[in-house]
Design a protein around this ligand. Sequence first.
Ligand SMILES: Cc1cc2nc3c(=O)[nH]c(=O)nc-3n(C[C@H](O)[C@H](O)[C@H](O)COP(=O)(O)OP(=O)(O)OC[C@H]3O[C@@H](n4cnc5c(N)ncnc54)[C@H](O)[C@@H]3O)c2cc1C
Ligand code: SF4
Length: 818
Amino acid sequence: MDIRNGGLEVVDAVVVGSGFGAAVAAQRLAEAGKQVVVMERGRRYGPGDFARTPAQMGRAFWDPSEKLYGLFDAWSFRGLEGLVSSGLGGGSLIYANVLLRKDEHWFVHDSPLPGGGYEHWPISRADLDPHYDVVEKMLGATPYPYDDTPKTQAVEQAAAALGMPTIRPPLAVTFARPDEDAAPGLDLPAATYGTVHPGSHRRTCTLCGECDIGCNVGAKNTLDHTYLSSAAHHGADVRTLHEVRAVRPLDGGGYLVRYVVHPEGARGDTDTRTRALPERSIVARRVILGAGTFGTTFLLLRSRASLPGLGPALGTRFSGNGDLLTLLLDCTRDGEALPVDGGNGPVITTAIRRPDALDGDGWTGRGYYVEDAGFPGFLGWLVETAQLRSTARRAAAFAWQVVRNRVLAQGRSNVSADLSALLGDGRLSAGSLPLLGMGRDVPDGRMSLHDGRLAVSWTTSTSRAYFDDVRSTMERVGEQLGARFQDNPLWWAKRVITVHPLGGVPIGRHVGEGVCDEYGEVRGHPGLHVVDGAAMPGPVGANPSLTIAAMADRAATRMLEQDWSRPRRTHIAAPARALAARAPGATSVAFTERMVGPFTLDQTDPRHGAEIARSLGDHLQFVLTITAPDIAAFVADPLHRADATGFVESNVLGGRLDVERGWFNLFVHPGGTPGRRMLYRLWLRDAAGSPLTLVGAKEVEDDRGLDVWADTTTLFVRVLSGHVAPPEATSHAQALAVLDRMRDDDVPDGTIGAGVLVIKPFDLAKQLTTFRTDGDAGAAALAQFGRLFLGELWDVYVADKLSGRRAAPARAAARAGR
Ligand SMILES: Cc1cc2nc3c(=O)[nH]c(=O)nc-3n(C[C@H](O)[C@H](O)[C@H](O)COP(=O)(O)OP(=O)(O)OC[C@H]3O[C@@H](n4cnc5c(N)ncnc54)[C@H](O)[C@@H]3O)c2cc1C
Ligand code: SF4
């Protein structure tokens, strides 16, 4: 490992995540001899490691703050729930193994979206076909080989009766040993490239139906068994429990990646929240983001201020790939129970394809697939015991029999038949089958940061016709199977649950349409690539993993044709320090102020920025403690300088940022400017570690009516890249000269965003209670501060008017008694 940059690791590529995009890219780059580090936040799961007992299942979720480092990462957003995975192999660990290609005609062009914008795929099926071939081979894609599985037969027969064609989609599962017929539970030979699970053994599929909770048999050809094992074989350094927090470009080329290592096994009061863990850094020539739709979009939203090339398409084109889950209960045929046995066979074995208007032949609407969705056999117990009335009736009958046997000494001593009756006939679980629909919904969802957290705004309403169509096909399949059709309860709240979230960092033809080019390279940031579901510019329609993997394979081919020279040595600055609170022997005055308002990136004019920010829902707030360390010096100084400490929080700057150093000036009078200014200058560092400076001014002028309230509570802010220091002034004369040179109308160089903040009335009332002093002359210090404050207002709003001229800064100095 190359160690440069003051002890930092430097590698060719850091691959973030280990799902379908990341694993493929890591393997291709490692195989080509590149030095690759894979950082996956979750744990490693070999055969036999997946949770099964209730105690294990209860902890199988991902939430490090609660010391949960498990497999399932569940999200709840406006309009939808999402389920993704956390572990080495990403979604492949819990997916249903279906590897379908995106339908040729579904790569849409300029397809309008209801709220404006359009969906456009800048690539075609022909572009992806060679890469589909490669991935299918590596993942051992093969159609389900058994013909006697009840749920498969039931769906295929129902579809045939409805005149709807079905397909057996290729599954990434090993059903047979090489050159043998399919047979369950047979030992498999080791892969030629070894494994990332030393000492583990894999077997052919036992048809246990547990694919969505992890295959303990090792029959699923998940990414850890395939691409990641091969990547490790070729030298990739695969690290688990490594979570990437932010990325930023370096001046000398390449990127600095900031990450934390989760302390799995930490006990007691240890603070395991991700943001409380010490951050570490690594430098890479290329960074390949494969953290999934939620993970990658979140990372880029957090790093947005550091990556100015990220265009307006960031966060757009979100879709749930049209996912709709429903349930068929009590399947029957000719009045008899039909045991479809949802727990027998892999989770998905067959699919009904419904055509799309794009397919031609007079079809209308948006196309989709309906697939059987089995469930683990043990879930049947849950289904049975969940029928409260019949369970209670059977329990009461059993208890009565025991009482008769023991107390009344009547009846039989053998209770086998009673126990059998207690367990019931299992008709409900054996006759139930979930159905999973997916297809071309409308990709008009938007992803953003809210209070530093990921937010997704999406609604079923614009895709209503599509969902109604999917639901009606499922109902018709249910009718054919003599079943009771049951909506997923979320549906009645107009919500869906998606296991296929897509979009957020779409590919496109230009920066307005796509954050990335058609190969997933982020525009304006060479060497930064997105290779996962986030890069999809719309729904795939079919199950998306194969398309994600094929696009990653195509992207890797492109990367390998590009420049791989190492980043030059780069200075990485340490955080600046806040100033001391009180000067020795002096009396300090401090107060705390909160301001909030619309603020957005890519704008330089605060008022215009605020207007745009309102429409986007972007905002910024700060909570600052302003401290004048020596009140006498503060009043006498024409620049009335004080220190500012605290934090800034903004969705577009990546959440909460501590003020590393801050300056405040109360009522200064810049040359050639009417009235006074209250000035703020804060040094910040965004989530990716890039230095930023917030500069703000309250413009206190008597320009219209009695606007003293608005003037003193409205702050026009800009954020600049880099740490920009205030002008130096160590003497009174220098301070006056600084004021003379100050101008309002200059847009500072490096402005990356602008907006307008205000103090809300409640916050102002609170602010008045925060005034405090430190030192011997507390009351006098407060009085001095108050005189300066009110005196300046008097000058601006009354004295200047009466005298017909503007007050000179010297007047403040005179008031200070000099
Ligand atoms: C129950 C279920 C069944 C499914 N069945 C199918 C199916 O049959 N066929 C199909 O095509 N698709 C299926 N899917 C969907 C499929 O799993 C996803 O589409 C696919 O995994 C997405 O791939 P990806 O590369 O975008 O990211 P993912 O596979 O989601 O991988 C992202 C990885 O990045 C890691 N990560 C996230 N943030 C960070 C960070 N900051 N630092 C480091 N690591 C990070 C995560 O832990 C995760 O391992 C299913 C999904 C589920 C949940
Ligand atoms: S059905 Fe069971 S053995 Fe077969 S792939 Fe799924 S989890 Fe593995």
